[in-house]
Design a protein. Structure first.
Length: 174
C-alpha cells in the first residue's frame, strides 16, 4: 500500500482554525496518512507576507503540533526566491519516492488561477489536485482542464481568512 500525503501550501499569515479544519477534513475523506503544511517564503501570486517566514513557520508549528497527522515543512522557507509549487512537489517526490501519492490541496480561488502557475501541467500530472471550497468562488470558475484533472471536496465554507484576522488585529479587535 502506498503512502498518501497531502501537501497544503500557503502563506499562512497567520495560519488559522479554517486551515486546520480543512486539512483534517481532507485527510479523513481521502484517507491521507499525513498532511504537510508548507509555508511559502515568497508567494509568487500574492503580495509579500506581513510576518517573516520564520514567524509563520513557528505559528504553523504551534497550530499543528497536537495533531499527529500534521507536519510543517520548511522546504519553501529555506529556498531562495519565489516559492513555486512545482519545485516543492519535485522535492517531495524525490524525498518520498515513487510509491508515494501526493495530493496538492488548494482553495477554489487558487484552483481558478492554477493555469497561471509555473508548470501547472506538471502539477496536474504528478499529483492529485484537491480543490476545497472558498467563500465567493464558484466551482465553475475553475477552468475545464483543471476541473477535469482535479478532485473537488464538498467542504464547509468558513467565513474566516488570514487577511480578516490581520485587519482585526490591526484595528484592535479581538
Amino acid at each position: 500500500m502506498s503512502l498518501r500525503i497531502g501537501i497544503f501550501g500557503g502563506t499562512f499569515d497567520p495560519i488559522h482554525l479554517g486551515h486546520l479544519l480543512l486539512a483534517e477534513l481532507t485527510r479523513g475523506v481521502l484517507g491521507l496518512d499525513r498532511v504537510l503544511f508548507v509555508p511559502a517564503r515568497i508567494p509568487p501570486h500574492k503580495g509579500g507576507a506581513h510576518a517573516p517566514p520564520e514567524q509563520r513557520m513557528e505559528m504553523a508549528g504551534l497550530a499543528t503540533d497536537t495533531n499527529p497527522h500534521f507536519e510543517v515543512s520548511d522546504v519553501e522557507v529555506r529556498r531562495d526566491g519565489p516559492s513555486y509549487t512545482v519545485d516543492t512537489l519535485r522535492h517531495f517526490r524525490s524525498e518520498h519516492g515513487d510509491g508515494t501519492e501526493h495530493y496538492l490541496m488548494m482553495g477554489a480561488d487558487s484552483a481558478r488561477d492554477l493555469e497561471t502557475w509555473r508548470e501547472h501541467d506538471q502539477l496536474l500530472r504528478d499529483s492529485t489536485v484537491v480543490v476545497m471550497g472558498r467563500p465567493g468562488v464558484d466551482r465553475h470558475e475553475v477552468s475545464e482542464r483543471v476541473a477535469r484533472d482535479s478532485t473537488f471536496l464538498s467542504t464547509p465554507l468558513f467565513e474566516i481568512s488570514s487577511s480578516e484576522i490581520r485587519r482585526r488585529v490591526h484595528a484592535g479587535e479581538t
